[in-house]
Design a protein around this ligand. Structure first.
Ligand code: AMP
Length: 120
């Protein structure tokens, strides 16, 4: 699968559609999920055109990878869930049920998140 620059997060990165932005730097953008699944639900995305967690892990630079992880921890602190705990989700590919084909990490928290996996 190749990266499709018409995906919704690519459009957000180009400013073609709005987002509820909570953080931005050279490598990373973070915004609130439009359909929150928990009291706290943020999305962290790289600015680079990476399809999935697999693509990001294999092809992103060390700087991009570090920026994602630092941002996630920084935002968990700022969103008030660092002490209470939270869940990170990076759905990847078909079996991961990834809906938007631009790598992203969900930060979910503000409440107990229940069991880790709910199979259909
Ligand atoms: P995933 O299943 O991991 O690909 O999740 C995609 C996420 O993107 C879902 O939680 C959607 O609610 C979220 N989403 C889709 N469109 C937007 C948007 N325009 N702004 C913010 N979040 C979005």
């Amino acid at each position: 699968m190749t990266y499709d620059s018409n995906n919704v997060f690519a459009k957000i990165l180009r400013g073609e559609i709005p987002c509820n932005k909570i953080y931005e730097d050279e490598h990373v953008l973070a915004f609130k999920d439009i359909r929150p699944q928990a009291k706290v639900h943020a999305l962290v995305i790289p600015k680079g055109a990476y399809l999935s967690a697999q693509d990001f892990g294999e092809n992103a630079s060390v700087e991009e990878i570090a920026a994602m992880q630092r941002t996630i921890s920084k935002l968990a602190r700022e969103l008030g869930v660092a002490e209470t705990g939270y869940r990170l989700i990076a759905n990847s590919g078909a079996h991961g049920h990834q809906e938007v084909a631009h790598y992203h990490v969900h930060i979910l928290g503000g409440q107990p998140m229940g069991k880790m996996v709910n199979l259909p």
